[in-house]
Design a protein around this ligand. Structure first.
Ligand code: FAD
Length: 387
């Protein structure tokens, strides 16, 4: 791994920062308050080729690695767009990885070129009311229709971008019994056909420009070629997307922390209380300095995980560690930034409260901090499984 300045990466940073500068904090705050998807931002990112950056060149994408994709989403989040901007994009950036790796040619040729130009919005339907952390309990069922296809029935929750998406990577049970292992789950790229899918946004704490939804599937027909990879191996197929997802989430989290510290530093350098700048109090400056160091460390962990993934090395430990450290560093940075601004930190106008709400999410999703610690304890350190 090389820490020398990388001219290709610097070009990405420069171009993405220039694009994001046209969408300021007020833009994001307004979209958050109006619960409105940031279409004009999304279209510009797509036109710039950033949405399809990690899709293979043979399908019209940029063919770049996860390191470059992470850089894009990091700069988007750090611009002040935070999760509202980065999660408007990230499902298309990483989500089709199982399609690239396991799908048949028809599926790849039909959908990847459209995703590469940002024309195809993709959702990811795994979590259910009774199957979150424990995916083995999934009950949404795809039943053989007797003609080689499938009929899907069931209910998912938290499906992000279900309102905007035409298709959803759906994990459904084709075989086996809920709670008894991961075999028996199959992965499909299904149409979110309004005739058979009822989509209802879930009111939530933050990232309100991008809705996450309950989706009820009612006799949704799915043609046979929409099965990704092998029947019953769907969970194993999505595992290939989970490490890159964690790496991208870590990059996004670090970006939010950076945006929060930028606001806090500016405020601490101009706000006078008791006749002195508040930043001259170590009780103000030290937590900000610590947050800066924690973000830097998390960012380097993320870069190592991305480098390992792009070089075909095992990166489970690194991707999980990066996501864990970044989620902690990001929320801590946002929390100290909010404290630095005092009462104004709580005011919408200064944007830090929005960063704080959005930074909190990474401690829960896409995997909770507790489950990340369980993974490291068991799979890296060899401790007994605790659950
Ligand atoms: C805004 C948002 C967007 C999301 N987007 C998507 C999406 O697009 N697609 C999708 O499929 N899902 C999505 N999710 C769902 C997300 O992945 C889950 O919320 C997450 O995996 C946790 O599952 P759960 O909410 O069911 O928590 P539960 O499984 O009910 O767990 C509740 C709490 O108990 C803890 N816990 C449970 N078991 C253990 C244990 N053995 N040891 C220690 N702690 C434990 C967990 O860590 C957690 O803190 C999203 C969630 C949110 C909030």
């Amino acid at each position: 791994m090389d820490f020398a300045p990388n001219p290709d990466h610097e070009l990405i940073i420069e171009a993405v920062e220039a694009l994001c500068a046209r969408f300021d904090d007020s833009y994001w705050s307004e979209h958050d308050q109006r619960h409105e998807f940031p279409w004009d931002f999304y279209r510009e990112m797509a036109a710039g080729g950033w949405v399809g950056i990690a899709i293979p060149e043979q399908y019209g994408g940029g063919g770049a690695g996860i390191a470059e994709a992470a850089l894009v989403l990091n700069r988007v989040a750090a611009s002040g767009a935070a999760m509202n901007g980065s999660s408007a994009l990230h499902l298309t950036v990483f989500g089709l990885n199982p399609v690239v790796k396991f799908a048949n040619d028809r599926l790849k040729e039909t959908f990847l070129p459209r995703a590469a130009v940002g024309d195809l919005h993709v959702a990811f339907g795994v979590t259910e009311p009774d199957a979150g952390t424990d995916t083995s309990r999934i009950t949404t069922r795809a039943t053989d229709d007797g003609m080689g296809g499938w009929i899907v029935n069931g209910r998912k929750i938290w499906t992000t971008k279900a309102l905007e998406s035409e298709v959803c990577l759906l994990l459904a049970r084709t075989d086996g019994i809920p709670g008894e292992g991961f075999d028996g789950l199959s992965l499909f790229l299904v149409d979110l056909d309004p005739e058979h899918c009822e989509v209802v946004p879930i009111p939530k704490l933050g990232r309100n420009a991008v809705a996450s939804c309950e989706v009820a599937y009612d006799d949704l027909p799915v043609e046979s070629w929409r099965l990704i990879g092998e029947r019953g191996r769907g969970f194993h197929h999505i595992l290939h997307g989970l490490n890159p997802e964690r790496i991208l989430l870590a990059a996004m989290a670090c970006g939010i922390g950076e945006a929060a510290l930028r606001r806090a530093t500016a405020y601490a350098n101009e706000r006078e209380v008791f006749g002195r700048l508040i930043g001259s109090n170590q009780a103000v400056s030290h937590p900000l300095a610590k947050a800066h160091m924690d973000l830097h460390a998390a960012m380097n962990m993320m870069r190592e995980a991305a480098w390992r993934y792009d070089n075909g090395l095992d990166c489970g430990e690194h991707a999980n560690t990066a996501k864990y450290l970044a989620a902690e560093a990001s929320f801590s940075a946002a929390d100290h930034a909010l404290q630095t601004l005092g009462g104004l930190g709580y005011a919408t106008e200064y944007h830090v409260e929005r960063y704080w709400r959005e930074a909190r999410l990474q401690r829960i999703a896409p995997v909770s901090q507790e489950m990340t610690l369980n993974y490291i304890a068991q799979n890296v350190m060899g401790l007994p499984r605790s659950y």
